[in-house]
Design a binder for this molecule. Structure first.
Ligand code: EPZ
Length: 429
């Protein structure tokens, strides 16, 4: 079992390059199933979620070769089967449900395990299935599997909620359907736009018309293409929070400013300086950290995936901050662990009230989920003494070489194994 051992760190300094976006690369890898020709995707981050999905695509029959040095992948889905029989694989990864749209579009049917919930919520897929039905698929759910069959025809779909996954699945299904599909109240996150760009490079016909409306005109066939995945805005926000809590001054080389505007606006409210360098952003402490409020919303609102790491900033800000989590029903799992470090946080349903404290104290904590785990790393950088963070496999689902990138900025963080915990690496003492 691996751990992060973190000491109170000096203000972070220097520059860091963030990896390709997890939440863009996962749907794009699924979209490679839409053609029998080879796709070449660059800026594919080394994440356990990516490797699990590649395994699932291979089980479906795709040929995939990942090059760890160039962080690129070649995928050719020439002969694919219609179902994923290994339930455990798919259930491990929610994004595996994104193979459903491409499989129905390409083969006329799909049978995959219903993805389970996860720590942050039940994660239903009703909006995905309603979209497939509107496109003409017959849906059957039994023994923990979902089956969809039919020849797809374009239609008008109004989503009850701008679900990211449902929008992505419907776009992929509709891209090979006969005729035109309009999705209203669609999600328009940067990762959706990256998927749309990828499908259009394959010869697709997908347009985001603004105000949450996406129009897809189905084509007979899509061809292979090359694509470079956008940088990970959530990773960028995580490093922004790290600079804020340590009073640092860092440059995030390839952050796309329009993608992180909500985070930049919140840090400015907090008194942290954020500069748009056009080929990145600079985040610098300006002597104070004031309380601020967050309400998570679909893009372009404040992203739910940055809520936990920004709560680490609030924990050490002067005053009372309020967080309202509107997207997931159980996304405050970082709070109990932060309280073990001395944070003063109270919750009432989906609202958390954070009273800033003068200091946090290192403790032994466990990552409860991906983003809550990242929040504990951020808090530990500023906490007095040493913090040991267990269950870091959660964190490694969505962050590639996080400890390495933080050390490059001066952070005192090491990854170690359980047996070494009694005598942590000398560099930390
Ligand atoms: C994507 O999840 C991201 N994951 C999540 O990132 C992100 O938090 C989320 O979008 C919101 O931005 C990937 O892209 C792989 P949703 P997704 O469908 O598609 C409800 C991370 O930390 N809902 O927009 O599953 C759902 O329960 C992860 O990187 C339905 O009710 O999110 C939730 O309350 C976590 N029915 C809300 O909508 C449905 O059919 C948002 O879900 C689908 C969703």
């Amino acid at each position: 079992m691996s751990f992060f051992v973190v000491q109170k760190s000096e203000p972070l300094k220097g520059s860091v390059k963030i990896s390709g976006a997890k939440n863009a690369v996962l749907p794009i890898l699924c979209a490679c199933l839409l053609t029998d020709e080879e796709c070449f995707v660059e800026n594919v981050p080394q994440l356990s979620d990516v490797f699990v999905l590649i395994d699932i695509l291979k089980k479906i029959g795709a040929k995939a070769e990942y090059n760890i040095l160039s962080e690129s992948i070649k995928i050719k889905a020439e002969n694919i089967s219609k179902d994923i029989s290994e339930e455990h694989e798919a259930v491990k990864l929610r994004a595996s449900f994104l193979v459903m749209g491409p499989l129905i579009a390409r083969t006329g049917s799909a049978r995959i395990p219903l993805p389970g919930g996860c720590p942050i919520g039940s994660r239903p897929v009703d909006l995905h299935l309603k979209g497939f039905e509107k496109l003409g698929a017959k849906i059957k759910q039994e023994h923990g599997f979902t089956e969809a069959k039919g020849t797809l025809k374009g239609n008008h779909i109004y989503l009850d909620f701008p679900s990211v996954g449902a929008t992505e699945n419907i776009i992929m299904a509709a891209s090979l359907a006969e005729g035109e599909t309009v999705i209203e109240n669609a999600a328009v996150e940067p990762e959706i736009i990256d998927l749309i760009n990828f499908i259009n490079k394959m010869g697709g016909n997908v347009f985001s018309l603004g105000n949450g409306t996406i129009k897809i005109t189905g084509v007979k066939k899509l061809h292979g293409t090359r694509h470079k995945v956008i940088p990970d805005r959530i990773e960028a926000g995580t490093f922004m929070a790290a600079a804020a809590v340590t009073g640092g001054d860092i440059t995030i080389e390839n952050a796309v400013f329009p993608h992180i505007k909500p985070a930049a606006a919140k840090l400015e409210e907090c008194g942290i300086k954020v500069e748009n360098l056009y080929n990145g952003i600079r985040v610098s402490y300006a002597g104070k950290r004031k309380a601020f409020n967050i309400k998570t919303m679909p893009f372009p609102g404040f992203p739910t995936d940055m809520q936990a790491v920004f709560m680490s900033v609030m924990a050490l800000a002067k005053g009372t901050s309020i967080v309202t989590e509107t997207i997931f029903e159980n996304r405050f799992l970082q709070i109990d662990e932060m309280k073990r470090m001395g944070a003063d946080i109270k919750t009432e349903g989906r609202v958390a009230v954070v009273e800033g404290v003068k200091k946090l104290t290192g403790s032994r904590v466990n990552a409860p989920d991906l983003r809550a785990g990242a929040a504990l790393v951020i808090a530990a950088l500023a906490a007095e003494g040493q913090t040991e963070i267990g269950n870091i496999y959660h964190i490694e689902r969505g962050y590639s070489r996080l400890d390495e990138k933080l050390r490059k900025l001066g952070a005192k963080i090491e990854k170690t194994e359980e047996r070494d915990i009694e005598n942590p690496p000398q560099t930390l003492l």
